[in-house]
Design a protein around this ligand. Sequence first.
Ligand SMILES: O=P(O)(O)OC[C@H]1O[C@H](O)[C@H](O)[C@@H](O)[C@@H]1O
Length: 556
Amino acid sequence: MTETAWNTVSGSDTGAAFELFFGYPDEASFAATVQALVADGVASGIARKDKTLWGPAAEDESGKRLSWVSLSETSRPLVAEIAALQVELRDAGLSRVVLCGMGGSSLAPEVICGAAGVELDVLDSSDPDFVRTALEDRLGETVVVVSSKSGGTVETDSQRRAYEKAFTDAGIDPAQRIVVVTDPGSPLEKSAREAGYRVFLADPEVGGRYSALTAFGLVPSGLAGADIGRLLDEAEAIRPALEADSVDNPGLRLGGLLGVANLAGVDKLVLANAGATYAGFGDWAEQLIAESTGKDGKGILPVVVDALDSPNFVPSTGDEVLATFGPDFVFGPDAEQVRPTSGYGVHVDAPLGAQMLLWEYATAVAGRVIGISPFDQPDVESAKAAAREMLDGGGETPTPLFVQGPVTVYASPGWLPPEARTVSAAVAALLSELDQEHGYVSVQAYLDRHRDAALTGVRDTLAVRTGRPVTFGWGPRFLHSTGQYHKGGPATGVYLQVTGDPQADLAVPDRPFTFHEFLTAQAVGDGSVLASHGRPVLRLHVSGPGDLDVVREALS
Ligand SMILES: O=P(O)(O)OC[C@H]1O[C@H](O)[C@H](O)[C@@H](O)[C@@H]1O
């Protein structure tokens, strides 16, 4: 066990409500890193949108991605505009809000609404059962927010088409029900204007995963009834602390800690909720950190766990920073409290708006320390291209290796021994490929994340079985989050895909593919890209949702 030095920083002197508790094994390198960040004026540089902070190669992207620093001010006019629309919609009897959007266009509203205790149905899937269930629920009271920064994300486009058809078939004018959030000049802006939809344009100089406080975070959340004015207040209150070139700056400290840990070979961040009301924060932070840092063979893999006693949080494997968010203090020098094996731990207590801005700063700072550009996502496109190729009839149709009962087994070439001809043997072979120093297991379920929620339990099962970090992601949602890290980060993962036949497929209106064909193309496409990076991919395809028990058994 590495000895840890513990340290706190709080906002009590500045009037901002935050407290951070840090632990690190090597005080000298942590202090030197933070002092260098102070001396280089990194905090004030980020605040004034200095695009040179991440090196010449990153300048083009950084130059158009730094407006998130002042959103607590620049987004303020949206609050009244959204409130007026909310009243109008409520008066028209529209009490249910559905959000169609992926990654940065849906993860923030999900956590904001969860924290506020207001209902927001997030439709971030191409699973036909999941989409159909959303379409069939209270259509007469539903308003749909379609959010896409690029305006070209196929999942979001397909969901919009499905809702347009459902409204039209029900004799409802889609223009009365669809609200669009997009960047100025996107294809979605054009088609939405032509269709007569209400359009909110977002700040184009903010990337998707930094867009929580833009129209992408605020419009769906405000329409669902969250107090978005307060969210902006919380972010505004912590801004001075984040912009200060001071060793007490919580963004420099958190980012410095992540960066120093990563340079020392610690490449996972196990994130647990320690009593925060904003439970989905881990999923939001996962996208921010994985997409921002996971590239050029470097990066930090977030491992989001359910609870403080989840495997991977206790005990940890030694290549992880343990992190908690929320009010409950769990780390400390006492043996009674959690002691990270790597020596690196951090607890962040702050209201949601402050928490979001703080992690954005910290991620940008960590990017500088690690030496990557925190604003691009160079490897996300490869999976999209492979899915497109499959849908266009190109790409290789996968051949099953064997069938066992309701499970059909596929594997990427070159690693599964020919004698492994049961599901259990195939799983054991995949897990035997795990590097014991830095390896991780990524479980990727291309299923209905509401109906099949019980499958998430396999994360803990596999974490206990392997003693290694295990992530669980729903496809295609994770493709817009950890997907970048899987392909761009260190090549240490083993990948277990779970796919299934739907109860019934669903056509994507006016497109030459169905939702199930699209979902399958996404799984196969991403699997082929992972395999092309030399990583082992095992796919277990079940005949129906009832057959997931067989998969669960094979994993235990
Ligand atoms: O908002 P959109 O343009 O539809 O993009 C949704 C998501 O797409 C990609 O996966 C990007 O890597 C994400 O950063 C982004 O949040």
